[in-house]
Design a protein around this ligand. Structure first.
Ligand code: ZN
Length: 104
């Protein structure tokens, strides 16, 4: 949803209803499973329809316990985390090494 778009009461009601539906499904099949399946279904849908947006589907990453904060300013975009704000520990190490190497 665009941040500058006015949120109407009807939109709030719809989001609330959808949130509750996701909550029920997540509790039933597991939230990680739900996100993984949604990502795969979205990608399959785009590919099946031959969409020019075939690479637009979100990918689901690892659980929060296995990532560390990127340290970037999300609002400015980031080539390391693609704006997610999270990196694997190994990628964070590489980022730190390269930023020291090229900071000179
Ligand atoms: Zn980042």
């Amino acid at each position: 949803m665009m941040s500058d778009m006015p949120v109407t009461e009807k939109m709030k009601e719809r989001l609330s209803r959808e949130f509750q539906e996701v909550l029920v499904l997540g509790r039933l099949i597991g939230f990680g499973n739900l996100m993984s399946l949604a990502s795969r279904a979205w990608q399959a849908e785009l590919e099946e329809n031959g969409s020019v947006m075939a690479d637009a589907a979100f990918v689901v990453g690892p659980c929060k316990a296995s990532v560390v904060p990127c340290g970037c300013e999300k609002s400015k975009g980031c080539d390391w985390c693609c704006g997610t704000g999270w990196l694997t520990k190994k990628v964070k190490e590489v980022k730190k090494i390269l930023s020291h190497r090229y900071a000179r």
